[in-house]
Every structure is written in C-alpha cells, then in structure tokens.
Design a protein around this ligand. Structure first.
Ligand SMILES: Cc1cc2nc3c(=O)[nH]c(=O)nc-3n(C[C@H](O)[C@H](O)[C@H](O)COP(=O)(O)OP(=O)(O)OC[C@H]3O[C@@H](n4cnc5c(N)ncnc54)[C@H](O)[C@@H]3O)c2cc1C
Length: 384
C-alpha cells in the first residue's frame, strides 16, 4: 500500500525552499495532496536583484509566476498570509482578504523565509534591497537622478543569532554601483562608503575573502567605516558609536529574524527568533513538521550561510524525511553545510566556496559573471 496515499501536505511560502519542496514531494509521492500557502504564487528571484539598479534586470525578470509550475505538479494554491499554526502543526491559520480560515494537514513544510529587523532608529532613511523588487527599483531610480554625493552601504546582524546575517549581496551591490558609475563616466562625482560594526566584515565567507574584499575597496577608492556599532540613521547622515558621516543615499541590509506568525504557533524559537530545528530539518519536538531556508535555526558551523542554495538542500531532506515518517521509518536524512556565492561585480565575478573541509575564493573573472547569468537561466527555465 502506498504510504502517502491521500496524505495532505501543506507548504508555507513561495520562495526557493518551497519550490524545491513541492518539486521533491511530487517527484517521490505522485499521489500526495499538496497545498502551497503564500500571499502570491510568485517566486522573487533575489540573487538577480543586484542587477536591477544597472537595468540589467527588470521587475518581469525577477518576479516569476509559479502558476504554470503549480498546475504541472498538481499543487493546490491557497492564497493568503499564515498568521498562526495550531494543533501541534496539523492546522495552519491563513488570512486572506480579511478572513481567517484553517488549512489542515498530515505533514507540514515551513518555508516562509526570514524577516528583517527594523529596530535601528531612523531605519526609514535606508533602502533595504533584501525587501525585494520595490527596493531595488527605488535604488535604480535614485541612482539615475543623483548627480553626485555620498552613497553609504552596509549590513547589520541579529545580536541574538550571529548567523542571521546576509552580507554577500551588499558587497555585490557596492562593487556593482562602483562599476556602474565608472561605466557612466561619473564615478568621480560620488563618494562610496562601506560601513559595518565589525572590523572584519563578511568573515563568515572566510578570512581570505575578507582580505580580498577590503583590498578591493581600497583599490576602487571605496572608503570604510568599520568596527563601530550603528546608533541611528538620519536623512543625510549615519551616526555610529565612534563617529558620524554624511550619506545622501543609505543602502542597508538589516540582520534577520524569524516569521512574525511564530508568536501564534507552538514551535520552539531560537535566540534570534527563528524556528528551532534539528539537523534533519524537523522542527524540534514536532512530528511531521519541517522548516527549510531562512525561517529556521539549525545545529550548524559558525559560518553557516542563509542562502537559497541551503534552502534547496534542506527542502530535499525535509521532503524525504516527511515521506519516511509517513512510512513509519526513521526520518534521519541530514544535509551538509555549504557556502557557494558567486559574488558579482556587474561585468565580472568571484566565486566563494566554503564547506567543512575547504574554503577558497577565485580571482575575478568575466566568465563567472556569465556563469551567474547562466545559472539563473537554468534555474528559472525549470520553473517557468
Ligand atoms: C539581494 C539578495 C541577493 C541574494 N543572492 C543570493 C545568491 O546569490 N545565492 C544564494 O544562494 N542566495 C542568495 N540570497 C539569499 C536567498 O535569496 C535566500 O536565502 C532565500 O530566498 C531563502 O529562501 P526561503 O525559501 O527560505 O525564503 P524566501 O525565498 O524569502 O521565500 C519566502 C516565501 O514565504 C512567503 N511568505 C512570507 N511570509 C509568509 C506568511 N506569513 N505566510 C505565507 N507565506 C509567507 C513569501 O511571500 C515568499 O514567497 C540573496 C538574497 C538577497 C536579498
């Protein structure tokens, strides 16, 4: 007898983790009933947001309609925002158009991403590219209208969970804007400043990478403000514990925390507000409930990244373990930690790799830039 026959699986989210989860679930369990719950059936392809300011990508490129994929995989779509989870994970509360309804399941995979901490006073003066296409378009439009001034870029962390940080895209944006202004022949009208509370920003990428990044900033006349905690942003400046400096445009990636709906769910929270999970992606202490991607907090090395690549690896494991649970077998599949980042600079890129055994950074190379574009094409082709 088929162990997944008529089983109902809910997947929360429509991002990287959710898409891989539904693909894996359908591949191995043709007869399972899958419901995807998300505010919109659209995947935002975040890695290419860094190309929006230079007009290499548009809204249509970034926002990928999942309806054809959902139809192909026979996945039901439940529109709405999850506001809570009840009954030990078996009931998801969804709000849509002001009405809250319950979606019951036999298995649950959570992939609703992270949220960004907005506690820093004056945060409204900064644009956070992590918020998606609207923010990326605002950066594009501001750059187009600015005739000069200081552009300050930085990222923060979650003091309660150091792993809840995302620096890579900010380095990409920094070097991308530098390159764009040079291509436009107006770099000399701008001052670029990179700021970070750490003296060694991006150290999760590896020591050699930090050296490379700092040397590159020096080479391209990008000033640094390092080693001082941010105190506040103002309309035209940044104030840190050590100093203050002018900024006509502030681009900032705050530290991350977990989903807001977690306050209305029985799941354990990590110190930083993520859903606490095992190395199997199972939510600690909950049967047939898994969390993948940026929503979760896992036993991990201190350099563990929050990346789409990791969300994909976790989703594969979550789908397999959920199926094992249905079959009454041990759900003990785990995933390996890997950091793979093709750090783009608009017309060239470096690749940064790290796992338990090795770490390296390649020299900058034009081919890697095209490799990043090729990967985007390959990834999205399978979804569209
Ligand atoms: C600018 C930028 C560049 C990046 N570049 C790279 C890169 O080059 N390589 C890489 O590997 N990673 C990159 N990342 C990181 C990567 O995008 C994330 O790690 C990845 O998106 C996490 O996947 P996820 O499935 O956990 O969450 P997400 O992709 O964020 O998806 C979350 C989903 O949940 C939905 N959701 C949110 N709240 C609710 C709710 N209450 N109810 C229902 N649904 C909800 C959202 O609408 C969304 O569909 C980048 C990120 C940014 C911001």
């Amino acid at each position: 007898m088929n162990v997944t026959m008529n089983k109902r699986i809910s997947v929360i989210g429509a991002g990287f983790g959710a898409v891989t989860a539904i693909k894996m679930l359908r591949k191995h369990s043709p007869d399972v009933c899958i419901t995807l719950i998300a505010p919109a059936p659209t995947l935002q392809y975040y890695p290419s947001l860094i190309w929006v300011p230079a007009k290499l990508r548009s809204r249509a490129d970034i926002m990928v309609n999942l309806k054809p994929l959902l139809a192909r995989l026979n996945v039901q779509y439940q529109p709405g925002r999850v506001v809570g989870v009840e009954a030990e994970g078996r009931r998801v509360m969804v709000e849509h158009d002001g009405v809250t309804s319950a979606v019951d399941n036999d298995g649950l995979i959570i992939a609703s991403g992270g949220r960004f901490l907005k506690r820093l006073p004056g945060i409204e003066h900064a644009i956070a590219v992590c918020e998606g296409i609207d923010a990326a378009e605002t950066i594009r439009d501001r750059l187009a209208t600015m005739t000069g001034g200081t552009i300050a870029l930085g990222f923060g962390t979650n003091p309660n969970e150091p792993s809840a940080v995302r620096g890579g895209p900010m380095f990409e944006l920094l070097f991308g804007i530098d390159r764009l202004l040079r291509q436009q022949g107006r770099r000399d009208q701008f001052k670029l400043v990179f700021f970070n509370p750490s003296f060694r920003p991006g150290n999760r990428l590896g020591e050699a990478v930090v050296d490379h990044l700092l040397a590159r900033m020096k080479k391209f006349d990008i000033q640094t403000q390092l080693g001082a905690k941010m105190v506040r942003f103002e309309a035209d400046k940044i104030v840190t514990e050590a100093s203050e400096f002018a900024a006509d445009l502030i681009l900032f990636m705050p530290g991350m925390t977990g989903p807001a709906w977690l306050d209305n769910a029985p799941f354990p929270k990590s110190p930083g507000g993520m859903i606490r999970a095992e190395a199997t992606a199972q939510v600690a202490g909950f049967e047939r409930v898994y969390v993948v991607g940026d929503s979760g907090s896992y036993p991990a090395p201190d350099w563990a990244p929050k990346q789409a690549h990791m969300a994909d690896l976790m989703a594969v494991v979550a789908a397999k373990n959920l199926r094992a649970e249905f079959a009454g077998k041990p759900a003990n599949e785990t995933f390996a930690w890997e950091l793979i980042c093709v750090m783009d600079m608009l017309d060239r890129a470096v690749v940064v790799f790290r796992n338990e055994k090795r770490q390296f950074i390649s020299p900058p190379c034009r081919l890697l830039h095209y490799g990043k574009r090729l990967f985007e094409w390959w990834y999205l082709r399978a979804i569209r």
